[in-house]
Design a protein around this ligand. Structure first.
Ligand code: AMP
Length: 185
C-alpha cells in the first residue's frame, strides 16, 4: 500500500509520472488540476468559480481545494493507496491535509519531490499547449510556485519521507528512479 504525494513546479511531469505510478502500483490517482478542469468543462458551480482563476494561473482558494480533496479521499474510501498530484500548494492546504490523513487513518505518507530548472519548465509548458499554458500564465504560475508553493516542502521535511528525484530526462528513467526510491524504505 502506497500513500503518495507528488510535489514539484508546474510542468515538471507530475501528471505523467502519477499516471504511470498509479497504473503500475494499482493505486488511485487524484489530480486536483484534472478535477478542476472537469468541473470547468461540465460548467458546474465549482467550474464557474474556477475557470477565470485557472486561466490566469492563480490559486483556487484553500477552503474550496481542501473540500475537494476531502471529498476525493473519502468517497469512495481509499483502499489500495493513492497518489495525490497538485495538492497541497499552500501551507494551509498542507496543514489541513495532515488533519485529514489523521481522521482517515492514512499513515506512512511518502512525498516524491520532482525537480527541474525554470528554463526546462518553460520549454515544456510552451510545448504542452494546455489552455492555461500561455506565456503570461506560465510566468504567473512559476512565480506562485517560488513564492508560495515551494515552502510546502519545508513543512514536510521533518515529519514525512521526502524523496527528491530529478524530473529532467526520459519519462521511463525518471519513473524507474521514483519507484526505486519509494520501494527502498
Ligand atoms: P495543475 O493541473 O496541477 O497544473 O493545476 C491547474 C490549475 O488548477 C492551477 O494553475 C490552479 O489554478 C488550479 N489548482 C490545482 N490544484 C490547486 C491547489 N491545490 N490549490 C489551488 N489551485 C489549484
Amino acid at each position: 500500500m502506497y500513500n503518495l504525494i507528488i510535489f514539484g513546479p508546474p510542468g515538471v511531469g507530475k501528471g505523467t509520472q502519477s499516471q504511470l505510478i498509479s497504473e503500475k502500483m494499482n493505486i488511485t490517482h487524484f489530480s486536483t488540476g484534472e478535477i478542476l478542469r472537469k468541473a470547468v468543462s461540465e460548467e458546474t458551480e465549482l467550474g464557474k468559480k474556477a475557470k477565470e482563476v485557472m486561466e490566469n494561473g492563480c490559486l483556487i482558494p484553500d477552503d474550496i481545494m481542501i473540500g475537494i480533496v476531502k471529498d476525493a479521499l473519502t468517497h469512495p474510501p481509499v483502499v489500495n493507496g493513492f497518489i495525490l498530484d497538485g495538492f497541497p500548494r499552500t501551507i494551509e492546504q498542507a496543514k489541513a491535509l495532515t488533519v485529514l490523513f489523521k481522521e482517515l487513518n492514512l499513515t506512512d505518507i511518502k512525498i516524491i519531490y520532482l525537480t527541474s530548472d525554470d528554463e526546462e519548465i518553460v520549454r515544456r509548458l510552451m510545448k504542452r499547449g494546455r489552455s492555461d499554458d500561455t506565456e503570461a500564465t506560465i510566468e504567473n504560475r512559476l512565480n506562485i510556485f517560488s513564492e508560495t508553493t515551494s515552502s510546502v516542502i519545508d513543512y514536510y521535511k521533518d515529519n514525512e519521507k521526502v524523496y527528491t528525484v530529478n524530473g529532467v530526462g526520459e519519462v521511463d528513467d525518471i519513473n524507474k528512479e521514483i519507484i526505486r526510491k519509494i520501494s527502498e524504505n
